[in-house]
Design a protein around this ligand. Sequence first.
Ligand SMILES: [Zn+2]
Length: 304
Amino acid sequence: MLTVSNYHYIREHFNFEYPSIFGVTPKCFENQLLKLKNLGDFITPLDLINNINSVLTSKNNYYLITFDDGLKEQFEYALPILDAHNISAIYFLNSINFKERRVSTVHKIHLLRSIIPPSAFYKKIQNFYKVRFTNQEKETAISIYRFDDSSSAELKYLLNFKIPFSKQETIINNIFTEYFNEQNVLNDLYMNEDNIKYLASIGCLGSHTHSHFPLGLLDEASMLNELKQSKLYFESLTNSKIESVAYPYGSKEACTDLVFKQAKTANYKIGFTTTPGTNKDTDKNLALMRFDCNDLPGGKNFRS
Ligand SMILES: [Zn+2]
C-alpha cells in the first residue's frame, strides 16, 4: 500500500500581519520524515512509476513525499533534508510560472491576504465584482471556515464560492499589481530553470498542469490542454519524460472522472488528488489519494 504526504510552503517563519500562508518549518519537516521512516519505507518516484501495481498491492507500508506549486523554498530547504536522509520526492510544478513568467492566482491571493486586512480585501474585490451575501450565506461561510474570524470567513467564501474561477484571475491581478511587482515575486517565490533541470535529472519532476486551474471546471479541450501543455513544456526544457501529475486543488470538483480520462490521454502514468487516504487499488493509478502532511504522524492535526 502507498501513503502519500503532501507539502506546500516550507520556511523558517510564517509571521505575517494577516495569516494566509501556512506550511511547516524545515525542522518539523525533518521530524516528520523520521516518524514516517519508522512506520514504513520511502519509495522513489521512479520505483513507484515502474512498479505501481506491486507497490499498491504490497502489504508493506510505502511512503511517498510530494510537493506542490514549484516553490523555491522546497528546493532550498526541503531537498537538502531529503538528501541527508536519502529520500526522494516528486515536485509538481505549474508551467505558467516559467513559460509565461506569471505568478499563479492562488499565490497572488495568499500574498495579498498576508498584507491586507480581510475586510479591506473583501471591499477591494467588490470594486471589481459586486456580490451580495444573504444572511444564510454569511452563516454558511462562518460554519465552513469555523477556524477563521467572520471577515476572513466571508472573504474566503467570496473567493471560493461566489466569484467564478474564470473571473478571479483578472480581479486578483488588478489588485495584485497595486501592491507587488510580479517579476520580483516570480524570482523570489518559484524555483529557477536550473532547479527544474536538476529535479528532472534525478527523476523527481512532475506536472501540476499549466495554470493551476481546477481542471474539473473546464471543458474537455481546455482540460486536456492544461495537462498536455505543461507536460510538453517541462519535457522539452529538461529533455526528460514527465509521467506524473498532481491536479491543482485536488478536490472532488477539481478531479472528475473526465479529468482522470484526459490525464490518461495526455500520457501520464500516475496522478494525484488531495482526497486523503491510503492507496491499495490497482485501477486508480491516475486518481491516487494524498494526505496533507499535517494529517499524518508528525503533523500538527494528527491524532493517533
Ligand atoms: Zn497547488
